[in-house]
Design a protein around this ligand. Structure first.
Ligand code: ZN
Ligand code: ZN
Length: 132
């Protein structure tokens, strides 16, 4: 039985499918993620080969560092993807997934960079920096 997950940006100009399993959800409190999405990130990893697009004309990539790019919809502004140069993995911002019922929390990372205007939930492990 094939296990397919679908997702899209807010305006649905970017629509994607993921075949197979998706990692647990990593919450990233780094300043880049908080600036990019407006709050801390909730993202899950897959292999790039699991991802396919039914629509992607408005998908744009922003080089957020020398080694990483962030994918977003240029029409509605939704934050969608993060990928690192040379990696076979890509992270999906899980709010864009249509049915996220099976997702579970993995870890909170970059907790040292968390904003002082919220508390980090104790739903999974905390790491001061990267853990993935
Ligand atoms: Zn959009
Ligand atoms: Zn981050």
């Amino acid at each position: 039985m094939s296990n397919v997950t679908t997702g899209s940006c807010l305006c649905e100009s970017v629509s994607f499918e993921v075949s197979g399993s998706i990692s647990k959800v990593y919450f990233c409190h780094c300043k880049q993620c908080r600036s990019w999405g407006g709050h801390f990130a909730a993202a899950a990893g897959i292999k790039k080969s699991q991802l396919s697009f039914s629509k992607s004309e408005s998908l744009k990539w922003f080089s957020s560092s020398e080694v990483a790019e962030r994918g977003f919809c240029e029409d509605c502004g939704s934050s969608l993807f993060w990928k690192e140069e040379g990696s076979s993995r890509i992270f999906i911002w899980v709010g864009t997934i249509s049915d996220s019922a099976d997702l579970e929390p993995a870890a909170h990372m970059y907790t040292k960079d968390a904003g002082n205007y919220y508390s980090i939930p104790n739903d999974c492990e905390h790491f001061e920096y990267d853990t993935t």
